[in-house]
Structures are given as structure tokens and as C-alpha cells.
Design a protein around this ligand. Structure first.
Ligand code: IDP
Ligand code: MG
Length: 151
């Protein structure tokens, strides 16, 4: 299984609800490695690029304005199969279809307030990481100190 990187973002509702630490904690405790993180207020132009694939959807304007309405926590996480596993940890897009134990299944009920974003493929992960982070913001660290944790 290749080591991968994914883009995970706590949305403004997750920040407002003080769920940042919980979400980071789940990825840390699972065994994934934080490679980049920033707390920031994204503008509509950045969000329109991030959600470019959804541009034709009726909910697109509301999605962009909601995402621009407050700060987000942008993160890059690294580890085995992290793109697919991250999506499983998030749950379904609609929180009402998300199993208990997933982030969305534990903490939300509205599709437009589902508190967290995660890349859905290798291609989108690469595009999203490049969109939200400069190369110099992606930190390489700690290959030897985790010898008892990572095979
Ligand atoms: P994802 O976040 O699970 O990858 P996408 O289909 O990529 O889901 O949609 C991006 C975001 O747009 C969702 O997380 C959700 O907040 C919002 N969204 C998706 N579908 C709907 C909808 O039918 N109504 C309102 N908002 C939606
Ligand atoms: Mg998506």
C-alpha cells in the first residue's frame, strides 16, 4: 500500500463548534502524520477553485458563501491509504447516511453543515494540497522516531 497524502479541512461550522481538536485527534490517534496545517480565512476565489467540480450544482453559491463565512483549518495528512481511510473516517457527504463512529455520523445532521472536508481521490488530493499549500509549507519530519509505530 503506497504512502499517500490527503487534504483534510475543518469547515467554519466545525471551527465554531470547537471540533478542531477532536478531528485532528482522530487522525493522529489512527496513526497518520500531520504534514501541514494552517488556520485561515479563505476567500471566495480560493473556494471556487477548491469546489470547481461542483460549479454547476444548485447549492454551489451557498456552499462557497458558507465556506467563506468563517475560518477553516487546512491540513495535509500522510500515511498508508490515507485518502480512502480519511473518507471512511469522515463518513458520507450526507451526515444522515453516516455511520456512528464517523466524524459526520457523530457530530452533524445537515448536508450543508457537515463540518469537515476530505479529498476523494489521488487526483483531487494532489490538486487540493497544491491549491492550499506552498511546497515549503509541507514539512518532512520524524522518519526514525516512530519506529515502534509504523511497520
Ligand atoms: P464531500 O464533501 O463528501 O466530498 P461533495 O459532493 O464533494 O461532498 O460536496 C461538497 C460539499 O458540498 C459537501 O461536503 C456538502 O457540504 C455540500 N453539498 C453536497 N451536496 C449538497 C446538497 O445536495 N445540498 C447542499 N449542500 C451539498
Ligand atoms: Mg468532495
Amino acid at each position: 500500500m503506497a504512502t499517500e497524502r490527503t487534504y483534510i479541512m475543518v469547515k467554519p461550522d466545525g471551527v465554531e463548534r470547537k471540533l478542531v481538536g477532536d478531528i485532528i485527534g482522530r487522525f493522529e490517534k489512527r496513526g497518520y502524520k500531520l504534514v501541514a496545517m494552517k488556520f485561515m480565512q479563505p476567500d471566495a476565489a480560493l473556494l471556487e477553485q477548491h469546489y470547481a467540480d461542483l460549479k454547476g450544482k444548485p447549492f454551489f453559491p451557498g456552499l462557497v458563501s458558507f465556506m467563506a463565512s468563517g475560518p477553516v483549518v487546512a491540513m495535509c495528512w500522510e500515511g498508508k491509504d490515507v485518502i480512502k481511510q480519511g473518507r471512511i473516517m469522515l463518513g458520507e457527504t450526507n451526515p444522515l447516511s453516516s455511520a456512528p463512529g464517523t466524524i459526520r455520523g457523530d457530530y452533524c445532521i445537515d448536508i450543508g453543515r457537515n463540518i469537515v472536508h476530505g479529498s476523494d481521490s489521488l487526483d483531487s488530493a494532489q490538486k487540493e494540497i497544491a491549491l492550499w499549500f506552498k511546497d515549503t509549507e509541507l514539512v518532512s519530519w520524524g522518519p526514525t522516531e516512530n519506529k515502534w509505530i509504523y511497520e
